[in-house]
Design a protein around this ligand. Structure first.
Ligand code: CP
Length: 334
């Protein structure tokens, strides 16, 4: 196993980190602290030095990465694609609108066929929770599976890039208070962040409309508030989540005006946090609905651009790690 030296800010000072051999990235709830630190240490090298900071060994050049997105995406899909290309991998985007899925082919058969062609990594976004586990069962040890967001359950690479971004502001997240505001029920980002932030020692406080707040969050260790002010008070970071506008049609919020009045994050609400508080948003965002225009663009507080650039580095780190640190059955030497 390759050892990496992490000389940057870290939640752990151990200089020699090793990868566990985990072959699939399905959710943050699966990851250990050592695995998270390992990915961060590689991602920071790419962030600071670009692809030349840790070149992918030549034996892996040209290997196949399939980007299979059954739902829309800008950031996740393009950053995995770009990350693969700068690492000299062959990245193929499978457009679900013209794939054989539209003729009734299953997720499992799609994955099995991609693995048989020799794709070493399959990155999947799907509307159904559990869709990546079906792929894992289908491909066995022939390919690595990366969950690029599924259902309302999980989006591990988003949570990892969020935490990596917060760690640019502090040495570690132990005892940090993080307020996550908005539609929690339908947010895969909220759930993957909850697991990861708690693993890193942070306190997670949720606030949102009661109709968009699952009842089980307290059992998972989260703090739940009715009003955003309670969650933001003395917080170190605030994460605004996208209001899925179709929820208004389904009667889950009284009106957009009411939502803006009570839950929109603006400079005034942010000022309730600790000095130095920062705001994040996973994007896409509805400007002026969940966050004001002026706050989203205020570089004194907003970490949104950093989230996106860290996402690119983090996704390079995931591809690098899965290719070089896992043992796959060689089905097709490309
Ligand atoms: N944050 C995020 O997942 O964005 P995309 O839907 O554009 O990938």
């Amino acid at each position: 196993m390759m050892k990496v030296t992490d000389s940057s800010k870290s939640t752990k000072s151990g200089p020699n980190l090793t990868w566990s051999g985990r072959r699939h990235i399905i959710d943050t709830s699966d990851l250990t602290l050592d695995e998270v630190e390992y990915l961060f240490s590689i991602a920071r090298r790419y962030r600071d030095g670009g692809p030349a900071a840790l070149p992918l060994p030549q034996e892996f050049h040209g290997q196949g990465v399939a980007n299979v997105f059954y739902e829309n995406s800008t950031r996740t899909r393009s950053s995995f694609e770009f990350a693969g290309k700068v690492l000299r991998l062959n990245v193929v985007n499978i457009d679900s609108k013209v794939s054989s899925v539209n003729k009734g082919e299953s997720i499992e058969d799609t994955g099995r066929n991609l693995a048989a062609m020799g794709f070493k990594i399959i990155i999947q976004r799907h509307s159904a929770a559990g869709a990546c586990n079906l792929l894992v069962q289908a491909v066995g040890d022939k390919a690595c599976i990366i969950n690029a967001g599924e259902g309302a359950s999980s989006h591990p690479s988003q949570a990892l890039l969020d935490a990596m971004t917060m760690l640019e502001c502090r040495d570690n997240l132990r005892g940090a208070k993080i307020a996550i505001i908005g539609d929690i029920t339908h947010s895969r980002v909220a759930r993957s962040n909850l697991w990861l932030l708690q693993l890193l020692g942070a306190e997670v406080h949720f606030a949102g409309p009661p109709t968009l707040m699952p009842s089980y969050l307290r059992e998972l260790g989260a703090h739940v508030h009715l009003r955003p002010e309670e969650a933001i008070k003395a917080a170190d970071f605030v994460m605004a989540l996208r209001l899925q506008l179709e929820r208004q049609q389904s009667g889950l919020i009284p009106s957009i005006d009411e939502y803006q009045r009570v839950f929109r994050i603006d400079h005034e609400r942010l000022a309730l946090g600790k000095p130095g508080i920062k705001v994040l948003h996973p994007q896409p965002m509805n400007r002026d609905i969940e966050i004001t225009y002026s706050l989203a663009d205020d570089q004194k507080f907003s970490l949104m651009d950093k989230q996106v650039s860290n996402g690119f580095a983090l996704r390079m780190a995931i591809l690098y790690t899965l290719l070089t640190q896992t043992k796959l059955t060689q089905t097709n030497k490309l």
